[in-house]
Ligand binder design. Sequence first.
Ligand SMILES: C[S@@+](CC[C@H](N)C(=O)[O-])C[C@H]1O[C@@H](n2cnc3c(N)ncnc32)[C@H](O)[C@@H]1O
Length: 236
Amino acid sequence: MKTGVLPSPEPSPASPLAGDAALAWQRDYWHGLSVRPGLRPVIDPADTNGAKNERIDACHEAHVRRFMRRLRLGRLGTVLDFGCGIGRHHDLLTSLARRYIGVDIAEGMLARAPGDVRLIDGTHLPLPDHSVDCVFCFWVLQHTVDDATLDTVISEFGRCLYAGATAVLCERRGPTRGEPGRPADYIRHREPAEYRRLFARHGFRLRRLQPIATSWRWPRRSDPLTNQDYLYAFTS
Ligand SMILES: C[S@@+](CC[C@H](N)C(=O)[O-])C[C@H]1O[C@@H](n2cnc3c(N)ncnc32)[C@H](O)[C@@H]1O
């Protein structure tokens, strides 16, 4: 299961980027990764035999299904997969909703994604007001490193969702550490309180928060609750 350390596909910027420059950097970074086989573009790019990524993916699916079941959202109309990547969650989401729309900033990711997928600029959504029942967003907002850009993204979620609809996120918390094989500042971990504050600015309320497995194994009681992935459900 051990994976090698890869060189970064793109040089890391010397200082943290913001706004359009940060989005452009993310777009190029993910587009570059999109050519790697299997799940490598969206989980561990260095997992050459694929077994680790398959197990992480199965673990995520089980956690998300259980989390969504507990939310009792019923059969959904339209679900928006924000930052859908290669469409890893397409089958899960189409089993819960009548209509699936995926959006992503990286063209190469969308070329591999099934279903109705659309290229976006990283902030604005090509969807009418109040037309979406659920926004789903897995490991994406942590790559929107500056709060001003994230604020625009969350306001777009609020515009597109029906009143009372839900945004489900999975993001990592805890100190932002370098990750093997990744540029240093491609990610920013935020604490649940930060997401709560950013979503509250647009009228969202945190309904459920749950830690999930940190890696390719199920969590143990002894695991620290920092530097873990958390599932969030915000209600608009
Ligand atoms: C770690 S991958 C996760 C992909 C997918 N959600 C999954 O779980 O398999 C991050 C994805 O977010 C996309 N992304 C990053 N920033 C974005 C933004 N501002 N708007 C849309 N997509 C974005 C990337 O292109 C990439 O496909």
